[in-house]
Design a protein around this ligand. Structure first.
Ligand SMILES: [Fe+2]
Length: 308
């Protein structure tokens, strides 16, 4: 996919100068099952810190400052901290992530690029500054919320049943704001699953989860204006495929089916809230990355999830 995008977005530098992206805070409010005190959750994804052109220092400083200004109770990081080399994780964690201020902690899962490089080094660097990495693991960061995390969907470490079997054991309970003896087990809990790749939602939605948070697709990364009752910026790949499918009435059935497969669940991938079934919601972040070729009309995102 990126080869196609690279061709489409040449020349890279003039386009980046002409169409700079703006860091945006996307807010969603979830009410209903959650019965605890109002909780502000920040979701950040896809840093690709060593990519070229990379997420620059100014953007990262803005991300830290604006995240802290939102006074988060919990911060969630859904992977892809690096692109081609694991070592820059040390700079990313020590120079930037160490400045996060979050009442009940910062939690992370790893992405496909992290698994391709050095997952052990990346996890260790995150843990070294106090970020809890949840790989097929579970935690209760505060009363009323259970937080789960899985390894990347494309890796051997995607084992959700392991996380859920751990949640059955009371020995694993970790509560930051209350001693274990005061936990009221019978109260309903809101279950959040962190999974880098939203394509995992079909499998994860079979588990007792309320919300899945993901990243991975960078909002489609390159968007174009598309008219659909009003003008909107939409990711170029599904827009192109839909246009081809619409005008391609003479295409063989096999080709049409292939196009349909490519765009299947694209709305899950390209950002925002999505309903997977009656009980499970998915939120996919556009992430922050500016890895090759670049982002175009697809603003980097800080997500504020308000639970109340
Ligand atoms: Fe990514």
């Amino acid at each position: 996919m990126f080869i196609i995008l690279q061709i489409i977005t040449i020349p890279v530098i003039p386009i980046k100068i002409l169409f700079p992206s703006r860091l945006r805070v996307e807010k969603i409010r979830l009410t209903g099952k959650y019965k605890g005190k109002k909780c502000n959750i920040i979701l950040l994804s896809d840093f690709h810190w060593d990519a070229n052109p990379r997420t620059d220092e100014k953007t990262m400083n803005d991300v830290i400052q604006r995240t802290n200004e939102l006074q988060p109770d919990i911060i969630l990081l859904t992977g892809d901290y690096v692109q081609k080399d694991a070592n820059p994780i040390k700079e990313l964690t020590e120079k930037f992530f160490s400045r996060f201020q979050s009442r009940y902690g910062v939690y992370a899962v790893l992405g496909n690029h992290d698994y391709k490089r050095d997952p052990k080094l990346i996890a260790t660097s995150l843990e070294k500054i106090g970020i809890r990495v949840l790989t097929n693991d579970f935690i209760r960061p505060c009363e009323g919320i259970e937080l789960y995390g899985v390894g990347d969907f494309e890796s051997k470490e995607f084992i959700p049943e392991k996380a859920f079997s751990k949640s059955q054991s009371k020995n694993t309970l970790e509560i930051f704001d209350k001693p274990k003896s005061k936990i009221e087990e019978e109260k309903p809990v809101f279950r959040i699953m962190m999974s880098h790749n939203p394509d995992s939602a079909n499998i994860l939605s079979k588990y007792p989860i309320d919300l899945i948070v993901s990243g991975h697709y960078h909002g489609g990364q390159v968007c174009v204006p598309v008219y659909d009752s009003e003008w909107k910026f939409k990711p170029i790949i599904p827009a192109l495929v839909s246009a081809i499918a619409k005008i391609g009435i003479f295409l063989p059935g096999k080709v049409k089916r292939k196009l349909g497969t490519i765009v299947k669940n694209w709305d899950w991938r390209t950002g925002g809230p999505h309903k997977i079934n009656e009980t499970v919601q998915l939120y996919t972040s556009r992430g922050l990355a500016t890895h090759p070729p670049l982002r175009l009309f697809c603003d980097p995102e800080i997500t504020l999830i308000e639970l109340e």
